[in-house]
Design a protein around this ligand. Structure first.
Ligand code: PGA
Length: 256
């Protein structure tokens, strides 16, 4: 099964629309200079909502190879839901991806598995590919619950989803996000394999990303794992050179 690797930059609550334009321009030039093959490693940016229109216009007018996505969406498509952004709106902005169930939203906005499932369904209904985030806390790992946590997060989120719907799953252990220390390649592989088996029939074709403190010097060994098909990059995606370096992991000289 040919799963095209995906390197996606989750900007979180960073960069206004003017800063977004500057970063995307620099990212595109850096990748172009390196003759990056976007058909071999897909590179996506996931800016805040207010940046999307500017980045969409830039990508289209300069015919950049980058793909666009958002960081969240409403479970509703329209109506009396103040402050919400629908999947339909995102689709109109040429978004291909949308993050669903990031641990920061589960924590800050009390999103439980039911909310996450309804957002995954809304994404698919509107022709978007959800990047479903999963991951265990340090306590859950210490208690030996990693497998059970990942399995239940995946199964709750994809319940009732049409078999042909495309999704991406990110394994993002909470203890690695924003710490500067990623999971080891072995830990990432073990979790990714478990997630793949939890996906049942759609497992083979579904891309599974690793996320949590990914950087230029840690990406290559992670990407050498059989079940790791890409990365969801937070902090390091805010720097064009670093993010381009991560996307160019295939050109790194092996250090292991
Ligand atoms: P980080 O964030 O790369 O800054 O650890 C990853 C994420 O939370 O998606």
């Amino acid at each position: 099964m040919n799963r095209i690797p995906l390197i996606a930059g989750n900007w979180k609550l960073n960069l206004d629309h003017l800063q977004a334009i500057a970063l995307v321009q620099k990212l595109s030039w850096t990748l172009e200079d390196a003759r990056h093959r976007f058909d071999e490693v897909e590179v996506a940016v996931l800016p805040p909502f207010t940046d999307l229109r500017s980045v969409q216009t830039l990508i289209a007018s300069d015919r950049m190879g980058l793909t666009l996505g958002a960081q969240d969406l409403s479970p509703y498509d329209s109506g009396a839901h103040t402050g919400e952004i629908s999947g339909e709106f995102l689709k109109r902005l040429d978004c291909r991806y949308v993050i669903v169930g990031h641990s920061e939203r589960r924590r800050d906005h009390h999103e439980d598995d039911a909310v996450v499932a309804s957002k995954v369904a809304a994404a698919v209904r509107n022709g978007l590919v959800p990047i479903l985030c999963t991951g265990e806390s340090a306590n859950q790992r210490a208690a030996g619950e990693t497998g059970a946590v990942l399995r239940s997060q995946v199964q709750a989120a994809i319940q009732g989803l049409p078999a042909e719907a495309e999704i991406v799953v990110a394994y993002e252990p909470l203890w690695a996000i924003g710490t500067g220390t990623p999971a080891t390649p072995e830990q990432a592989q073990q979790a990714a394999a478990l997630i793949r088996s939890s996906l049942g029939e759609r497992g083979e074709r579904t891309r599974i990303l690793y996320g949590g403190s990914v950087d230029v010097d840690t990406i290559a060994p992670l990407m050498r794992q059989a079940d790791v098909d890409g990365a969801l990059v937070g902090g390091a995606s805010l720097d064009a050179e670093r993010f381009a370096g991560i996307a160019r992991y295939r050109s790194h000289v092996s250090t292991r």
